[in-house]
Ligand binder design. Structure first.
Ligand SMILES: NC(=O)C1=CN([C@@H]2O[C@H](COP(=O)(O)OP(=O)(O)OC[C@H]3O[C@@H](n4cnc5c(N)ncnc54)[C@H](O)[C@@H]3O)[C@@H](O)[C@H]2O)C=CC1
Ligand SMILES: O=C(CO)COP(=O)(O)O
Length: 342
């Protein structure tokens, strides 16, 4: 039987949709401080008791405070801040390195990140960025899995996976986050967990595009299944375990994001099918769509590694090379037949 931890101090750095949802969910059981980098937005959120810009309609529970003061956010979980504090980074991949640089040299208990993607400029996974900036001494973990912010903020059931090579941190994350309607599994395959979370966003763009073009449910199932094969090829080439891609952070998140209209990446695909230009789509979305930069990073990485990723390449062609959405489909269908398991 899981023994829930008594209330602990948790800081969430990043007040977008996901950071806010996680902060709301954890504040039912813990003392949570949510930090956002925009002082005007945080002042507004503090007085409205709601993040009206990134997650409207979800009032803050009593256990949640907000701040734009970075020192105060770090001090909330610094030494002496209780038995088992947790520091969570909830920014997009593009913001991870700058955020970690702000943390470098400060006394932090651990670092757990929620972002999904490869760093655009370097092709690194988030855990590799964390190691490059903070070194090996800080306990580090990725928390990932199928989880739309709005559903988590509403308290609906969800299951996540914490990945870390640090067993004590895995146990701490499970002890603090598992509970209520949230189940948390754990594993030590950081590469597998992060590759699944990154590449599913590209495949959600592909599936949204196919659905937007009216290609039908058969095409959708084919894209999801062949997408899983792509995730597995890249992930195992990078050292991930094949079984991880069948789990929550692989197949689970792939199904959710490819089929759920709450997905921002899927919505990018639906809009591409209408022929909208990418900059308009991104502006109208008002949130990050990690699959966009990730498609370029993964196309380059896969080419370097000699890994065949036709769906990713087709998505990148539409996003960056001016291919039309129907070109993308034609290009995928025109490929030579191959052995399904090759
Ligand atoms: N929204 C969701 O349902 C889920 C999102 N994620 C992942 O979480 C990450 C964040 O997503 P969202 O919060 O939904 O995005 P969002 O677009 O709603 O918000 C992004 C937030 O990050 C902030 N930000 C950007 N750069 C920053 C930096 N350098 N330092 C601090 N803050 C910075 C922005 O000001 C904004 O508040 C993404 O990698 C996403 O894939 C993961 C699971 C679920
Ligand atoms: O990662 C997510 C769900 O697990 C959210 O997906 P989107 O970023 O496409 O909205």
């Amino acid at each position: 039987m899981h023994e829930p931890k008594p209330p602990q101090k948790i800081t969430v750095l990043g007040a977008g949709a996901w950071g806010t949802a996680v902060a709301i969910a954890l504040a039912a059981r813990h003392d949570v401080l949510l930090w956002g980098r925009n002082p005007a937005q945080m002042t507004q959120a503090a007085s409205a008791r709601e993040n009206t810009e990134y997650l409207p309609g979800f009032p803050f529970p009593d256990g949640l405070d907000v701040t734009a003061d970075f020192d105060a956010a770090v001090a909330h979980v610094a030494h002496g801040a209780g038995e088992a504090p947790l520091l969570i980074a909830a920014c997009p991949v593009a913001g991870l390195r700058p955020l970690l640089q702000q943390l470098k040299g400060r006394a932090i208990p651990n670092i757990v990140w929620l972002c999904k993607g490869f760093e655009y400029e370097t092709g690194l996974l988030p855990h590799q960025v964390v190691r490059a900036v903070l070194g090996d001494a800080v306990p580090a973990a990725a928390l990932s899995g199928p989880s739309f912010a709005q559903e988590v903020a509403r308290g609906l059931p969800c299951a996540l996976t914490v990945a870390s090579t640090d067993k004590a941190l895995r146990e701490r994350v499970v002890a603090l986050v598992h509970g209520g309607n949230m189940r948390v599994y754990s594993c030590d395959d950081m590469v597998g967990v992060e590759v699944g979370g990154a590449v599913k966003n590209i495949l959600a763009i592909a599936t949204g595009t196919a659905d937007g073009l009216g290609l039908g449910l058969n095409a959708r199932a084919a894209l999801i299944t062949r997408g899983l094969a792509e995730i597995t090829r890249l992930g195992t080439a990078l050292g991930g375990h094949a079984a991880t891609f069948m789990g929550l952070t692989g197949m689970g998140d792939l199904i959710l994001t490819c089929t759920g209209d709450l997905s921002r990446n899927r919505r990018v695909g639906l809009a591409l099918a209408q022929g909208k230009p990418l900059d308009t789509i991104v502006r109208e979305l008002g949130h990050v769509a990690e699959g966009v930069p990730c498609a370029k990073a993964v196309r380059e990485l896969a080419a370097r590694l000699g890994v065949d990723m036709p769906i990713t390449n087709a998505v990148a062609g539409v996003l960056f090379d001016g291919d039309s959405a129907s070109d993308m489909v034609a290009r995928l269908l025109a490929r030579d037949p191959r052995d399904e398991l090759a």
